[in-house]
Each structure stands twice: as structure tokens, then as C-alpha cells.
Design a binder for this molecule. Structure first.
Ligand SMILES: Nc1ncnc2c1ncn2[C@@H]1O[C@H](COP(=O)(O)OP(=O)(O)OP(=O)(O)O)[C@@H](O)[C@H]1O
Length: 498
């Protein structure tokens, strides 16, 4: 690419950052970084009724957490095209200037149709089996007649919106970066559309064009749900004689179960970045997983760093088929990342023990090495998110269960059970502190097997029960070695009392 790439992610703060939004942000970022271009954040907050508190903050915080940075945006001082929030731009009259231009040239007009009339028209169209479309109220009227009609409506106190006069039977065509050639006729648009609402705010499709033009955006990469907006935007570029950016509409992310677009309104699907963050997913893993939704690298490998994605990025490798959101794959990717970044993740894993109330901050700091060993044995390699470590490690490492009556009867009150428990206790007490290692402990158990001629569960369960108060769990000699002789002996003594 020879031109300077300028791309943007332009969320509406009507919700928190979800996987679909993050995918758009990630690919625009990759596009910019791969080609040494610029990545811009713009907040499209003109739909005042739908904006949610913290929507913008969640979008930005979570992008940052994913490792995405931006060159210009609402939070960056000295950004060249400030402000980067559309409400602030509207307040400065940025859009009004262009709306006035279109009104003056007759490419847009003030419309005073009431909601009730619009509803009647839509109902009539439905009855006539017509697709819903706007009916131009000034058809066949001279400029003067239109002016008079508008003045009358104005005097009657009716509110107006500004509508774009859609050219008749005009093809809007573009070479989509993902979909190839796309052609949509103006007949499919639904008639003259609103560019300025009654409250003075520009609509999405209008403001987006003004901003993309003024901010010198060269490529617009977004989800396929925006395809129907593109002809509307192209007609605005045309009306002003501006060059339109290149468009790419990436395949949608859909729910595997329903085949429908993953939407922030689906409450049964975990899809907000902060939900995964809270569960202890790694940003590297989230980025990795999302980077493979609707885009495929060369080869079979599926684990990549941001840097690798940046290098590999190729706008010709977007896939056309919708991408299924597969939570199991995300879990797998996260597990791969946790295993390869164990040292980096360890503080977070230890912090999960604090969060679960198993240890305090001081212990987390002082006993980090010991806690890391516990985490390792408790089964860190099998978990998909850091939050799963606390339930795994809770027993027997931090708490002990009461031994159930059944287990007692089955494993400790039998002849074999008593023999095994007594012999193991004697040998373990005799084991020196510095010999208290997994290998030696295993040897003791093997010797018992040989001496007592007891093997399998009748051998292991009594030992497990007296030392950990469980009949199952991770590798027993390793548990005992990590927890130490005092802990083991104390637990054995407790079995008498419990
Ligand atoms: N399921 C999805 N798959 C792919 N891209 C998506 C999906 N949902 C949203 N996007 C993209 O996120 C970007 C931000 O758009 P927008 O703010 O309209 O999303 P949204 O309003 O959160 O979506 P919705 O309200 O439909 O859940 C757009 O590029 C849009 O195409």
C-alpha cells in the first residue's frame, strides 16, 4: 500500500465492549499497525437515548486491556481532528455546516411529516405488499410551493427533520475488501432518509461520512451488519463530491446454537470482554481468539502473539462465511496461553486465592513460591481461566473436609485400613525433614505395598484419607511434599478427632 493508511474504530457507547466490537477494533488496529498507518478512536454518541453510563469508558478500558493503542482519540491531547466525540462535534456545528449546504443545493430538505402520517403510510404499504419506503411529500411542487408548505407547517408548530433526497434508480457500487464487488440500487434504500433528527442531532449514516472525510479515513473495516448503510454513506460522499474510503465488511460473528448475530442483547452468552477479564482470561488469549474470527492465517498454527498477528496481517485473508463463536475454543486458547505464560500469570493466580478468601494479601506476598507450587499441583494446567484455581486448591491445601462416615467405614475401620494407616504414620514420622520429598514418600508407599501385600485403593485410600481427608485428588506424594511434614502429621492427628 502506498497511501498513508488511516483507519478508525468508532463505537457507539450504547453498551460495553463485546467480542463483535472488539473484532472490529482489533482488525482496524492490525491494518494500521501492519502498514505503519494510524489508528483512530471516535465515539459515535449521537443517539442520546441509547447511550449507557460507562459505555465509552468500558470500550476504551477494555481495548487497552487487549493491548490496543490508538494514535488519536477522545482521551488523547493534541489530536489533530479533535473533538473525537460526535456530540461535541455537533455542539461545535461541524455537521450543521454540511446539512445547510445540502439544504441550499436541494440535495436535502426539511420534512414535517408527523409520526402518525408515517405510520399510516407504512400500514398502507404493508397492505399493498410493498416494502416500506418513504413517500416524498413535495413531489411535483415548485420550489415556491415547497417553501410555502414548509412555512405553514412551521407556523403550525410542527417539528421538522432533514431528509436526504435519494437519487432515483442509481446503483451504488464498491469493491469490498472482504466481499468483492457489491452493488445496491437506490430503490432498495427505502426512500429519503433522515440526516438530522428533530433534536438537531445528525444521524449515524450522515455524521459518519462527515467525520470519516474530515478525519481523512482511508479504509473502513466493519461488520457485515453495516452493508446496508454503505449506499447511504456513498450517496453523501457523492453529494459533496468527496472521495469515499475503501470499505470492507467482515463476516459476522454468530452464535453457534442459533446461527444469529452475536449481539450485546444476548444475555445467555458470555460475550463482554470484561466478563472474560473477570473470569481470569488473559488479554493475549482473547486477542488471539478474536484475531481468528473471520480471518485465517496461512498454515495450521492457531496460537499467535499480537506481534505475529501484526506481521501476518493480510487484508486478502478475511473469510466470507460467518464466524461461529465457540466458547470451548476460547477456553482452549486461553489454556494454551496460561501454560506458556505460567510465570507471568502466577501473580494473577495467587490473587485468585486472595479473592476467594483462602489467604490474605500478606501471605500472597510472603509465600509466593510455596503458593505457586500448590497452584501447580492443584491442576493449573487443566483450567481454562484463572478464577478456576481457587475451587481446585481450596481442599486440602487451605481447608480440610470432615471425613464422611462412609469413607471411614470403608477405608479406615477395616483391618487393612488400620494396618496401612498405622504403618504409614510410623514411617512418615520417621522421615527426616530434608527427606520429605515426593520420591521418598512414594517409596514409603511402595514399600508398604510390598510389606503388607495390599495394593490399589485399599492401600492408597487410607493414606489419602488420613493425610488429606479426601479419597481423591492430585498426586499424593507431591501434595505432601509441598505441604510439608508438620502439615501431614497434623492432618493425621486430626483424623482421630474428626
Ligand atoms: N456479532 C458481530 N459480529 C461482527 N461484528 C460485530 C458484531 N456486533 C457488532 N459488530 C461490529 O462492532 C462494531 C461496532 O458497532 P456497534 O456499536 O453498532 O455494535 P453494537 O451496537 O454493539 O452491536 P449490537 O447492538 O447489534 O449488539 C461494528 O463494526 C459492528 O459491525
Amino acid at each position: 500500500m502506498t497511501e498513508k493508511i488511516r483507519v478508525r474504530y468508532a463505537p457507539s457507547p450504547t453498551g460495553h465492549l463485546h467480542i463483535g466490537n472488539a473484532r472490529t477494533a482489533i482488525f482496524n488496529w492490525l491494518f494500521a499497525r501492519h502498514y505503519n498507518g494510524q489508528f483512530i478512536i471516535r465515539i459515535e454518541d449521537t443517539d442520546l437515548a441509547r447511550n449507557v453510563k460507562d459505555g465509552e469508558k468500558s470500550q476504551l478500558d477494555n481495548l487497552q486491556w487487549l493491548g490496543i493503542d490508538w494514535d488519536e482519540g477522545p482521551d488523547k491531547a493534541n489530536s489533530k481532528y479533535a473533538p473525537y466525540r460526535q456530540t461535541e462535534r455537533a455542539a461545535q456545528g461541524v455537521y450543521q455546516k454540511y446539512i445547510d449546504e445540502l439544504l441550499a443545493s436541494g440535495k436535502a430538505y426539511k420534512s414535517y411529516k408527523t409520526e402518525a402520517t408515517l405510520k399510516e403510510e407504512r400500514e398502507a404499504q404493508a397492505q399493498a405488499h410493498q416494502a416500506p419506503h418513504y413517500v416524498y411529500e413535495y413531489a411535483g411542487m415548485t420550489k415556491e410551493q415547497i417553501k410555502d408548505a414548509q412555512a405553514k407547517d412551521e407556523a403550525a408548530g410542527l417539528k421538522s427533520v432533514v431528509r436526504f433526497r435519494v437519487p432515483e434508480n442509481h446503483d451504488y457500487q464498491w469493491q469490498d475488501l472482504v466481499k468483492g464487488e457489491v452493488k445496491i440500487n437506490s430503490k432498495e434504500i427505502g426512500g429519503d432518509w433522515v440526516i438530522q433528527k428533530a433534536d438537531g442531532m445528525p444521524t449515524y449514516n450522515f455524521a459518519v461520512v462527515i467525520d470519516d472525510h474530515l478525519m481523512e479515513i482511508t479504509h473502513v473495516l466493519r461488520g457485515d451488519d453495516h452493508v446496508s448503510n454503505t449506499p447511504k454513506q456513498l450517496m453523501v460522499y457523492e453529494a459533496f463530491g468527496w472521495k469515499a474510503p475503501a470499505f470492507g465488511h467482515m463476516a459476522l460473528i454468530i452464535k453457534a446454537e442459533t446461527g444469529k448475530k452475536l449481539s450485546k442483547r444476548d444475555e445467555d452468552t458470555l460475550q463482554f470482554i470484561e466478563q472474560y477479564r473477570e473470569l481470569g482470561y488473559l488479554p493475549e488469549a482473547m486477542f488471539n481468539f478474536i484475531g481468528l474470527l473471520g480471518w485465517s492465517p496461512v498454515g495450521e498454527n492457531e496460537i499467535f502473539t499480537r506481534e505475529q498477528f501484526k506481521e501476518m496481517f493480510d487484508e486478502n485473508r478475511f473469510t466470507k462465511a460467518n464466524a461461529k463463536f465457540d466458547a470451548k475454543k476460547l477456553a482452549w486458547v486461553n489454556n494454551q496461553w496460561m501454560r506458556s505464560e505460567k510465570e507471568k500469570v502466577m501473580p494473577q493466580l495467587i490473587h485468585e486465592l486472595v479473592k476467594a478468601g483462602l489467604i490474605n494479601d500478606q501471605q500472597a506476598k510472603n509465600d509466593a513460591d510455596h503458593l505457586a507450587k500448590i497452584i501447580e499441583i492443584a491442576g493449573v494446567d487443566g483450567i481454562k481461566a484463572t478464577s478456576e484455581i481457587a475451587p481446585l486448591a481450596e481442599y486440602p491445601f487451605f481447608k480440610l473436609h470432615d471425613i464422611s462416615k462412609e469413607d471411614r467405614q470403608s477405608w479406615l475401620e477395616t483391618d487393612d485400613g488400620q494396618k496401612v494407616a498405622a504403618a504409614f504414620t510410623e514411617k512418615i514420622k520417621a522421615l527426616a525433614e530434608d527427606e520429605f520429598k515426593a520420591g521418598h514418600i512414594l517409596q514409603i508407599i511402595r514399600d508398604l505395598q510390598h510389606d503388607l501385600q495390599i495394593k490399589g485403593r485399599p492401600l492408597w485410600n487410607p493414606i489419602r484419607l488420613i493425610t488429606t481427608h479426601e479419597v481423591q485428588g492430585p498426586n499424593l506424594p507431591e501434595i505432601l511434599a509441598v505441604m510439608g511434614k508438620d502439615w501431614t502429621i497434623k492432618n493425621i492427628q486430626l483424623t482421630v478427632a474428626v
